[in-house]
Design a protein around this ligand. Structure first.
Ligand code: ACO
Length: 455
C-alpha cells in the first residue's frame, strides 16, 4: 500500500517492499491538497495504490483509465521479451532469430512452457506424447461435417476447439498438474488435426487421419495434402518454412488473443474453452486476420503501377483504409519476425515461382518505407506482411491463413494460461469502468405485450 504524507507521515513498506524513501511517485491531489507517495517497482506503479486517493471517505478512490491497455501491465511474465523500439523478440531469453534458425516448433513449445530447453530425453518423450495424441474422437469429424461448405475456417476452428472440451471434462480441474500436462499435449497434438479437417472441409475433400510416422509439421501437411498415395512427403523447404512460421508465431507476450486467453482462463474455465476464446480474438483483421487482409489488399491493388494511388488513399483516408501488414502496437521499428519471414518467402518462391502478389508487396514495402507518413508514425512491416505470400504460394486458401497462425500460437496461449493460473497475484480479470450513462429514472414502458405474428 502507498502512503499519504498527511495521514501517515512515515513511509510504509508498500505492496512491493518499496518505501517512500525509495523510488516513488509523489502525487498531490489538488482537490484536497494531500500528497501521496506511490511506490515505483520495475518502472511501474500499482494502480490499486491510487485507490486510497479520495475526497470523501466513502468515495471509491482514484482509478486509472486506460482504454485498450495502452500503458497498463496486466501481469508479470517470464515467457517473452519484446523491445519494440529496438526490434527485439526473445522467448525465455533466447533470440527469435536463433530459434528460427536452429530449433523445431515442438522444442520451442516446450521451452515456452518450461522456461528451459528440453534435454534429449525430455524432447524425445515430448515428441512421442504429442505424436501419440494427434488423433481426435471420430465425433469431431461429424461435428465438422455440420458446417456449411463456405463456413469461415477460423469460425470452424474456434468451434472445433471449444467442442474438444466436451471430450475431456476433467480438464476443468485446472489446478491438477497432470490435467494441465495432458491438456498441453492434447491441444498441441490435436490443433493441426482439426485445422487440417477444416481445410479438407473447405475443399470438399475427405478427412485424412494423422500419419504418426511423420514429424509434427510434415504430419500436418500430410493431413492437408494427401490424396490416394500411401504416404505423403512434403517438400522439405515447405515443411521447414511452416515449422519456422510456427516458431515465429508461437508467442508474442500480451497481444489481443493472449490477453483473451488469460482473461477467459482467469475464470478457471478449462483450457480448451480458454484457447477457443483466443482463436476468436485472433480471427479479427487487426490481429491474426491481418495476413488474410494483406492478400486481399494486394489483390485490390492489382498492379505495381497502382501503388502510389493506393498509398495516397491510405494517407488521406483518416484511418478507414490502412496499409495492412504495416504497423504494430509494440514494434516501432522493423518487426524482427518480418525479416525472417521475408527470407523464408524468398526460399519458398524459388520453388513455387515468383508471384504477381510478391512483386506488388516488395514494391509496396519499398514505397511505404520511404514515405514521410509511415516514417513519422514509425510504421514498418509486421510479421503478417509476408506470411500470406508464403501461404498463397503453398496454395492455402486466403481465408485459411489465420488457422496456421492459431496452430502456432497455441503453444504461447497455453504457456501464458498456466503462468496466469500459477501466479498468486492473479484473480478473475474484471476491469472497472467509468459510467457515462443515465442517472436513475423510473421504468415506464410504452410496449404492448400481446403476442401477435403478422401474416
Ligand atoms: N496503415 C496506415 N496508417 C496506420 C497503420 C497502417 N497499417 N497503422 C497505424 N496507422 C496510423 C494511424 O492511422 C494513426 O495515425 P494518426 O496518428 O494520424 O491518427 C497512427 O498510425 C497510430 O495508429 P494506431 O491505430 O493508434 O496504432 P495502434 O497501436 O493502435 O495499432 C495496429 C496497431 C492495430 C497493428 C495498426 O498498426 C494496424 O491497424 N495495422 C494494420 C493491421 C495489421 O497489420 N495488423 C497486424 C498486427 S501484427 C499481429 O497481430 C500479428
Amino acid at each position: 500500500m502507498a502512503t499519504t504524507t498527511e495521514t501517515k507521515p512515515a513511509p510504509s513498506s508498500g505492496a512491493s517492499g518499496a518505501a517512500a524513501a525509495g523510488d516513488h511517485l509523489e502525487i498531490k491531489d489538488s482537490r484536497t491538497g494531500k500528497t501521496y507517495n506511490i511506490p515505483i517497482t520495475d518502472e511501474t506503479i500499482r494502480t490499486s495504490d491510487l485507490k486510497q486517493i479520495k475526497v470523501k471517505d466513502d468515495d471509491f478512490g482514484l482509478m486509472g483509465y486506460d482504454p485498450a491497455f495502452m500503458n497498463t501491465a496486466s501481469c508479470r511474465s517470464k515467457i517473452t521479451f519484446i523491445d519494440g523500439d529496438k526490434g527485439i523478440l526473445r522467448y525465455r531469453g533466447y533470440p527469435i532469430e536463433q530459434l528460427a534458425e536452429k530449433a523445431t516448433f515442438l522444442e520451442v513449445a516446450w521451452l515456452l512452457r518450461h522456461g528451459e530447453l528440453p534435454t534429449q530425453e525430455e524432447y524425445n518423450l515430448w515428441v512421442r506424447d504429442v505424436t501419440y495424441h494427434t488423433y481426435v474422437h471420430e465425433n469431431i469429424k461429424q461435428f465438422m461435417e455440420g458446417f456449411r461448405y463456405d463456413a469461415h475456417p477460423m469460425s470452424m476452428l474456434t468451434a472445433g476447439v471449444a467442442a474438444l472440451s466436451t471430450f475431456y471434462p476433467t480438464a476443468k480441474n485446472v489446478y491438477d498438474e497432470r490435467e494441465r500436462e495432458i491438456a498441453f499435449v492434447r491441444l498441441l497434438a490435436k490443433m493441426p488435426t482439426i485445422a487440417a479437417f477444416v481445410y479438407r472441409h473447405v475443399k470438399g475433400l475427405p478427412y485424412v487421419n494423422p500419419d504418426n510416422s511423420l514429424p509434427y509439421t510434415e504430419n500436418y501437411l500430410s493431413m492437408i495434402a494427401r490424396m490416394s498415395e500411401p504416404k505423403y512427403e512434403a517438400h522439405p523447404v515447405y515443411a521447414r518454412a511452416i515449422d519456422v512460421l510456427f516458431i515465429l508465431h508461437a508467442d508474442h507476450e500480451q497481444n489481443c488473443s493472449t490477453n483473451a486467453v488469460r482473461a477467459v482462463g482467469s475464470s478457471h474455465v478449462d483450457p480448451y474453452s480458454a484457447v477457443a476464446g483466443g482463436i476468436a480474438a485472433l480471427y479479427g483483421p487487426l490481429h491474426g486476420g491481418a495476413n488474410e487482409a494483406v492478400l486481399r489488399m494486394l489483390e485490390e491493388i492489382g498492379h505495381p503501377s497502382k501503388i502510389p494511388a493506393f498509398i495516397e488513399a491510405v494517407k488521406s483516408g483518416k484511418g478507414e483504409q490502412r496499409l495492412m501488414g504495416f504497423g504494430h502496437r509494440v514494434y516501432k521499428s522493423y518487426d524482427p519476425r518480418a525479416r525472417i519471414v521475408k527470407k523464408l518467402c524468398d526460399d519458398v518462391l524459388k520453388i513455387a515461382g515468383m508471384t504477381k502478389d510478391m512483386e506488388i508487396a516488395v514494391e509496396l514495402e519499398r514505397i511505404a518505407l520511404s514515405d514521410e507518413y509511415f516514417i513519422k508514425r514509425k510504421l514498418y512491416p509486421n510479421v503478417d506482411f509476408y506470411t500470406g505470400l508464403i501461404y498463397r504460394a503453398m496454395h492455402f486458401p486466403t481465408d485459411y491463413f489465420t488457422v496456421l497462425f492459431a496452430i502456432a500460437r497455441t503453444a504461447g496461449w497455453l504457456a501464458q494460461w498456466e503462468e496466469m493460473l500459477l501466479d498468486k497475484e492473479q484473480k478473475i480479470a474484471r476491469p472497472r469502468q467509468i459510467y457515462t450513462g443515465n442517472g436513475e429514472r423510473p421504468y415506464k414502458s410504452t410496449l404492448n405485450y400481446t403476442h401477435t405474428i403478422k401474416k
